[in-house]
Ligand binder design. Structure first.
Ligand SMILES: [Zn+2]
Ligand SMILES: [Zn+2]
Length: 237
């Protein structure tokens, strides 16, 4: 690109300009004519989709700043759109929120609106009333004895504990200690042992150790997933 006086236009980065922004007129090199602004954080899935579409589909060459303006304009439209309505019961609400695209994570946390009196025991009981599939896992609740298998409890595992432990080697990192909602409505898990490792036998996890919003989200997801699984096969005689 060159001006009528014969001088060559350059992009602010110093490279030769080959286009100019359709909106603000800034001269752009090949790379900067395509540069896309980063998406804002903490927005809903719907808003993110709309933002990315808007910045990509902006007609003609645009600078990064003008693409961001175009994306933000699209976000304003979607932010003023109504959110999907939520059911009354806290677990129905959690189930609806686990598939909701119209709210950001922050809005989901606020709109979960868990009753102040809700306990982990209540959550487990409500989950058991609704789950129509057999338990998927079993965990040892006693150490193995000579010539005898340990005792087991069956249930569903949910990632909801406060205490973390360290894994080294492949998949290294910090993980929450596991937790199982047993078929009897107890929350079972290993304690943290010396060396920052989970113990081998599982026992009742105290309420204070459970992150209630995580437990509610976890059981909501199990209920959503169970709806997609084929029903248990009838017993054969
Ligand atoms: Zn521009
Ligand atoms: Zn450039």
């Amino acid at each position: 690109m060159s001006y009528s006086n014969g001088s060559v236009a350059t992009c602010p980065c110093g490279r030769l300009a080959i286009a100019s922004c359709r909106r603000c007129g800034r001269t752009l090199c090949d790379e900067h004519r395509r540069a896309l602004p980063p998406a804002p954080e903490g927005i809903s899935a719907n808003a993110l989709g709309r933002y990315e579409l808007a910045i990509r589909l902006a007609d003609g060459p645009h600078c990064e700043g003008c693409r961001a303006d175009i994306g933000n304009y699209a976000l304003e439209q979607i932010n003023s759109a109504p959110r999907a309505p939520l059911p009354e019961h806290w677990l129905d609400r959690a189930i609806a929120l686990s598939c909701d695209q119209s709210r950001s994570d922050e809005e989901k946390l606020r709109d979960a609106a868990l009753p102040a009196s809700l306990t982990a025991k209540d959550v487990a009981a409500e989950f058991l009333r609704r789950i129509e599939r057999p338990a998927q896992e079993r965990v040892p609740v006693s150490p193995p004895k000579l010539m005898r298998e340990p005792d087991y409890r069956e249930g569903w595992s949910v990632d909801c504990r406060r205490t973390e432990y360290t894994v080294s080697g492949p998949g290294a990192g910090r993980y929450r200690l596991p937790c199982l909602v047993s078929v009897h409505g107890d929350l079972l898990g290993p304690a943290l042992e010396e060396g920052d490792k989970p113990g081998h036998t599982w026992s009742i996890v105290p309420e204070s150790e459970i992150e209630l919003p995580l437990l509610v989200t976890g059981v909501a997801q199990l209920l959503v997933l169970s709806a997609f699984m084929p029903p248990p096969s009838a017993p054969t005689y």
